[in-house]
Structure formats: structure tokens, C-alpha cells
Design a protein around this ligand. Sequence first.
Ligand code: MG
Length: 157
Amino acid sequence: MIATGIGYDVHRLVMDRPLVLGGVTIEHPLGLEGHSDADALCHAIADALLGAAGEPDIGHMFPNTDPAIRGICSLEILRRVRDRLAGLGVTLHNVDATLIAEEPRISPHLAAMKENIGGALGLPAARVGIKATTNESLGFLGRGEGIAALATACVDR
Ligand code: MG
């Protein structure tokens, strides 16, 4: 059957961390805090895929207490999710995501993000949707305290 999943993630922006989104390291004074590279976009997509497959969320598969995955590249998380779903006989149709970031501008990096995520998932970039928006200066996202991502995924299972 066709199944869809939804994912959401947010990470705090802090000093002395690289800003990695969709596997792209973006020049910015602040980066995202987390146990992995804190790539909120990849994490939201991973959760959408796991949800579509009927699997537990990313925190079950990649606990943030596991020293073996400290600093892991989140494209590797997506590759492992892809392998897990393949093992279950789940095939991927597409993923679609929205990044919510007041800063920096995301649009110059969208093509590279789609290539990275498509490469990790074994999907052509045309099946990887990524949009970006600001939060119109509202709330913690609008104050630039963090970056969030929403994602959906469609699979056959
Ligand atoms: Mg996360």
C-alpha cells in the first residue's frame, strides 16, 4: 500500500558550531546544537520516512546518548534509514520538506541539499522537495534562536 509519514525537528542555534542543513555546511556565525551534526532538515526527513514505514522515530534508531554516533553526519543517518526501509521491503516515492529559518538565506543552497539528500536516499533530486521560509520574526524561530524543519514522505509498503 501507499503510506505517508510526517516529521518535525528543531535545533537551537549556538556559537562555535558549524551550520549543516541538508548536508551542506553554510557560512554563518551560529550553528545548530546537537549530538549529531544537528541537521534538522535531514532529521525531519528521517522521521517522515520512519513514520511512513510504520517504524519508531529517529530517537529510537539513533539515541542521543549513544557515543558511537556523536557528531554523525546526518546524511549517514538518512542512508541507514534507507537501508532499514529497504530491509523491510519499503520503497520510497518522494520526500518533501520545509525549512523554517530567519537566517541565513537558504535558497542558494537548495540544489546542493536536494542532491545530497537524494544521493543518501537513492532518490533522484526531482523527488526531493525542499522549500524554505522565515517565521516572519514571530516567536523563537523568528528571533533566530533555532531552525526547524517539517517533512513528509510517501512510500510503498
Ligand atoms: Mg534532530
